[in-house]
Design a protein around this ligand. Structure first.
Ligand code: PEP
Ligand code: MG
Length: 763
């Protein structure tokens, strides 16, 4: 238990360190104290020079830090790195792999324990504890060091990248101006970073240039006066009921808020050019660090108070609606830790050039929305770069590779412009297919519908020749409001969509909130939201919400007749039966009230494994099936679609997913019901080839993907698709299936779809 507390203390110190050097120093000092050992050192790998650099040490030659090197593959340190696991030896100098680090008196130490520091499968370095005695370290000590190295790897990687950004260390994990995230939405964008941050969290506040320093100082003074007055008022108001000690506490808070030292330090930073919130963040965190390092536990606790006062001052400086006033420059690259579709919708479309999200993957709804808007996006970049540093910075977003470039040089910009020109040329060429049918070489029609959720999606869909809306995510219009839309509001919205596409079909899906789609006015807090109260489950538990939506849809369809109804997250037939009863009831009731109300074709989303195994029972009850590969892949492969850490395990070409698709199409065929595939995989040229072979009746995809997929459909025959499916079924791994399909695309002259954006050289 004591070790656990110490572990947390070290981790906290490291996360608050101002530089890589101080972070590493905190580690070695913390380990030496906790393990009561004679020496502790940390070595980081310098890939460029193929050696390990002694970066910090307590016990070895501390002056040598940053200067002493050990060639890769030499010494016990090299052995730890090679094995990528702990090495614990009794007498290091007697070990065949021993190699003394020149410039140290290392031979005095015998017991050696080294553990690797690994971040995202990349070895960053080695953490070493040494003792004079000829003893192996205890198992509990080894476990402590390994746990620490695992927990710190992310922070060390982040510090390394920041250091590289400042060009200030001899060890660089990456090129100084380039970071890797996940590909979110395709395309290349150049522009200026604008950070969306929580005004409630001091740590997220970025640095920004103050336009008028004196106005910033005045705002700070007003915030200080306001917060101090709040505390004084509180002490006064509560006086009769408060003990003298408690009163003193509130007065002490007021004094801290008015602290001259804090004020002067912040004003100094403002005068150096930072805006007041950024300057405040720095001063508060500086004080927090100071208190946290104190030995006296009472004083250490005061760090919390200072942080709390910092938040209060910030709230005065930045009222919570400050984000509404954000000034979005032309070519805005929107950045945020956890951006939501609502943040995206807040930027005027003509100004939004790209998106960089700290968390999430290409299957997050943010990425799906970015794709449908045609905006390049990078997902899940946290851990590699501090987002606050991107605010106001010139950036290039490579949404194909998920790569972010900071302050790009002229030649990189030139390369990007060239790729943008190629993209434009390809889109113009594909635009010529707009009015041609999506028909295979052997004459099979495979209608291409589009996925939509915002009204702007409709014009994109129409301009790209969409044959209808295959999936309208009704939750998006719910998300951009601050209360449930009324039946009339919903009616107007659905009517607009149905009219825009009439007589082409429009599939409106009932509300699918939950997972990563939250409504601010209907909060649902769950430990496992994707396995929780989501989609149809919420609708059936709240028939009023469901029926309002169904009535609005049925009325909107009156006289048009192109509506198709779709139910999300069906995992058992009871849910479907219950929903059918409600829908039929609403329809009959409306038919008694007005003309032209008809029962539209009903479909279910096949997106959980249970629905795959009961596809026959479901198909019997409805008019069509719609396979949602996003959720189906997530639930079949047990990979959170929104978690960047497991993104490489997410692949719709996994053999298990392909077999599930076959099972669903077979079941539907048995009952003569058509199948549409509407997950993001339908927009992936490689997957589309297999879907062609599978014999699905239609695809529904992001409008941005439509022209490319039409090109694929028109370049292959169904027979070729069937042959490719047969070959895919003989493979055991998604990677080999993808390689085979990409080769087929290349061979058919569709190489431009295989690696778009690949010609941007890695800086
Ligand atoms: C899916 O799960 O594949 C799907 C289309 O629905 P959503 O992405 O909205 O969950
Ligand atoms: Mg889904």
């Amino acid at each position: 238990m004591k070790k656990l507390t110490e572990l947390h203390q070290i981790i906290q110190q490291v996360s608050q360190a101002e530089s890589l050097e101080s972070a590493l120093q905190a580690i070695v000092a913390g380990v030496r104290n906790t393990l009561h050992t004679d020496a502790c050192s940390v070595y980081l790998s310098d890939q460029a020079h193929s050696h390990y650099v002694l970066m910090a040490s307590e016990g070895l030659n501390a002056q040598g830090a940053g200067k002493l090197h050990l060639r890769h593959s030499t010494g016990l340190v090299g052995w730890v790195a090679e094995r990528q696991e702990a090495v614990n030896v009794r007498n290091a100098p007697a070990h065949p792999r021993y190699c003394q680090l020149q410039g140290t008196d290392e031979e005095a130490y015998h017991g050696f324990l080294g553990v690797p520091i690994i971040h995202r499968q990349q070895l960053l370095g080695v953490l070493v504890a040494q003792q004079c005695a000829q003893n192996r370290f205890k198992k509990s000590e080894q476990a402590f060091l390994s746990t620490l190295a695992t927990q710190l790897a992310g922070s060390i990687a982040l510090s390394l990248s920041q250091n590289a950004l400042q060009g200030s260390t001899q060890v660089q994990s990456n090129s100084p101006s380039q970071y890797e995230g996940g590909a979110g939405a395709p395309g290349i964008a150049m522009g200026t970073g604008v950070l969306v941050f929580s005004t409630l969290d001091l740590d997220q506040v970025p640095d920004r240039t103050a336009e008028d320093s004196e106005a910033e100082v005045a705002a700070l003074q007003a915030a200080v006066d306001g917060v101090a007055a709040d505390f004084e008022l509180l002490a006064e108001r509560l006086e009769p009921g408060l003990s003298a000690e408690d009163r003193a506490l509130f007065r002490a808070y007021a004094l801290i808020a008015r602290s001259q030292e804090l004020f002067d330090a912040t004003v100094h930073r403002i005068r150096q050019g930072n805006w007041a919130p950024g300057a405040l963040r720095e001063s508060i965190l500086e004080h927090v660090r100071l208190f946290e390092a104190m030995d006296d536990p009472y004083l250490r606790e005061r760090a919390h108070d200072i942080r709390d006062i910092g938040h209060r001052l910030l709230a005065r400086l930045l009222p919570s609606d400050a984000s509404c006033e954000t000034d979005y420059p032309p070519h805005t690259i929107l950045i945020g830790e956890n951006l939501s579709p609502v943040d995206l919708a807040a930027v005027p479309t003509e100004r939004l050039a790209g998106v960089v999200s700290g968390h999430g993957s290409s299957l997050s709804h943010l990425a799906i929305l970015a794709r449908s808007m045609g905006v390049p996006a990078i997902m899940g970049i946290t851990g590699d770069v501090e987002l606050g540093k991107l605010d106001g910075t010139r950036l290039i977003v490579d949404g194909y590779q998920g790569r972010l470039y900071l302050n790009p040089g002229e030649s990189l910009q030139k390369d990007c412009r060239r790729v943008q020109r190629q993209e434009k040329k390809l889109s113009q060429e594909l635009q010529s297919l707009r009015d041609l049918p999506a028909e295979t070489l052997d004459g099979v029609r495979l209608p291409l519908y589009t996925n939509a959720g915002l009204l702007s999606d409709l014009s994109h869909s129409l301009s790209r020749g969409s044959e209808g809306i295959g999936l309208y995510r009704t939750e998006f219009p719910f998300m951009v409001r601050d209360s449930f839309p009324t039946e009339d509001e919903q009616y107007l919205l659905y009517r607009q969509v149905l009219e825009a596409f009439h007589p082409r079909p429009v599939t409106l899906r009932t509300l699918d909130i939950g997972g990563d789609k939250a409504l601010t006015y209907f909060p649902v807090q769950e430990a496992n939201p994707y396995l929780g109260w989501r989609g149809i489950r919420i609708s059936l538990d709240n028939p009023d919400i469901f029926l309002t939506q169904i009535r609005a849809m049925l009325k909107a369809n009156a006289g048009l007749g192109n509506l198709r109804l779709l139910l999300p997250m069906i995992s058992r037939v009871e849910d479907l039966d219950e929903a059918i009863v409600l829908i039929n009831g609403a329809c009959h009731e409306l038919q008694n009230q007005q003309d032209h109300i008809v029962l539209p074709p009903l479909g279910v989303m096949i997106e959980v494994p249970a629905a795959v195994y009961q596809a026959e029972e479901l198909a019997r009850r409805v008019e069509f099936l719609c396979i949602g590969t996003n959720d189906l892949t997530q639930y079949l492969l047990a990979v959170d679609r929104n978690n960047e850490r497991v993104a490489r395990w997410f692949d719709a070409l996994h053999p298990a997913v392909i077999r599930a698709l076959i099972q669903v199409t077979d079941a539907a065929r048995l009952h003569g019901k058509p199948v549409c595939v509407c997950g993001e995989a339908a927009g992936d040229p490689a997957v589309a080839l297999l879907l062609l072979g599978l014999g699905v009746e239609s695809l529904s995809l992001s409008s941005g993907d439509l022209p490319r997929i039409k090109w694929v459909i028109r370049s292959f025959s169904r027979q070729q698709g069937q042959e490719l499916l047969r070959l895919a079924l003989a493979q055991e791994q998604a990677t080999s299936i993808r390689a085979m399909l990409l080769q087929a695309l290349n061979a058919a002259g569709l190489g431009a779809l295989v690696h778009p954006g690949n010609d941007i050289p890695v800086a």
